[in-house]
Design a protein around this ligand. Sequence first.
Ligand code: SF4
Length: 180
Amino acid sequence: MPKPKVSTDWMCGCAGCHMSLLDMDERIVQVLELADLRSSPITDLKEPDEGGVDVGVLEGGINNTSNEEVAHRMRKRCKILVALGDCAVFGGVPAMRNFFSLEDSLRRAYIETESTDAEGKIPDDPEIMRPTRVRAVQDVVPVDIFVPGCPPDADTIFYVLSELAQGRKPDLTGNKLHWH
Ligand code: SF4
């Protein structure tokens, strides 16, 4: 029987959730024995298989049109979508930007910051993504499993991935798991 395929990707986050995934240390070998890790920021494949994967994992919220494409592509190509970490589940720290207008945020980031040399410029090339409000993954595509935490700890991620790889839905209720 082929191993279930797993893909992961990141959007508006800090990479900390993927670092926590790597923090499971040698247990990653157990995960790889159970699952076929396909596209991921930590592998060479950068997009989930066109033919689909069993489990898709998304880190980070959605704060621009490129993130939207990543979320839609993963949702379209996976059977079970996991929102990993507070940014993916709630919008997280980046969602603080929603208290300000997009124009104010861009002006602050590209023109007013103390580290901006000379005259700053807000990028406006039509080929680059457009920023949007910061949203949780479920605000853009349906999510099947929510794994909060900033980041969720390695034990939790190992539990979730190993359960899914064995065809079980992880039980994230109760106090057997510890969130940071
Ligand atoms: S949930 Fe925390 S660790 Fe994960 S991407 Fe967001 S800020 Fe980083």
